[in-house]
Ligand binder design. Structure first.
Ligand code: DX5
Ligand code: ZN
Length: 230
């Protein structure tokens, strides 16, 4: 397979919220392609993170660097909040297929707001759930952990699912991003990129550990670049 562009999207959920602006700036300066914003409502997932206030707060930093806010809505009935997150500066809104009764209508509503639309699948949700909506979205997110918390371990069978989705996207000649989210780090970057992932969300691997944010991002980018370029 040809060398695909791979985007690194640090998840700000893992940032230090006592100095969020500094950490977001570190990620932007450190080479982040997108900023992944994890919104959790305590119903769809057993955790509550934050609402539009946070993307609103970091928007000036992202806009100044032309870095898109990649908003992942882990919330029930996301239609209720699409306009608010659009107003807060989201470039893309990704909704869970498990969280909306009328996915096609939700994707249409996102696009009517002028945003890019993504759909996300939990680990136990089959790829068949997105087959019909594939032509309408610009990103499919495969959860590689059960959603709700950062710092979890990558679910190993995700790799086969990533490979099957890559196959499906190739068959359909889709240019949609294949995003992986949860437990992604330098350790499994080669594995998920070789399987076909083109957007890597990483929280604890970027903002945690002993190395700097820039070193963590650079390490993942270098590994992604070496895949297929042998
Ligand atoms: C989990 C979120 C992920 C998470 C990633 O529900 O969707 O984006 O924050 O964090 P790490 O990379 O630490 O698993
Ligand atoms: Zn996420």
């Amino acid at each position: 397979m040809a060398h695909l562009p791979v985007k690194i999207a640090p998840s700000i959920l893992a940032a230090d919220f006592t100095r969020l602006g500094k950490h977001v700036t570190d990620a932007i300066v450190g080479g982040a392609d997108w900023l992944h914003v994890d919104v959790m409502d305590g119903r769809f997932v057993p955790n509550i993170s934050f609402g539009p206030l946070i993307p609103q707060a970091i928007r000036p930093l992202a806009d100044a660097a032309n870095i898109p806010l990649d908003v992942h809505l882990m919330i029930e009935e996301p239609d209720r909040y699409l306009a608010q997150f659009a107003g807060a500066g989201a470039a893309r809104l990704t909704v869970h297929v498990e969280a909306t009764r009328h996915l096609h209508r939700t994707v249409q509503a996102i696009k009517e707001l002028g945003l890019l639309a993504g759909v996300a699948l939990n680990p136990a949700t089959s790829l068949t759930a997105v087959e019909e909506i594939l032509p309408d979205v610009d990103l499919i997110l495969i959860m590689t952990v059960n959603p709700g918390f950062g710092g979890q371990r990558y679910i190993p069978q995700s790799t086969a699912k990533i490979r099957r989705l890559r196959q499906l996207l190739t068959e359909r000649r889709s240019s949609a991003w294949l995003q992986v989210d949860g437990g992604i780090s330098a350790k499994n970057t080669a594995e998920v990129v070789a399987a076909g992932a083109t957007s890597l969300v990483a929280g604890s691997a970027v903002f945690g550990g002993a190395k700097s944010v820039a070193e963590n991002i650079t390490e993942m980018k270098n590994i992604a670049r070496t895949v297929f370029s042998i």
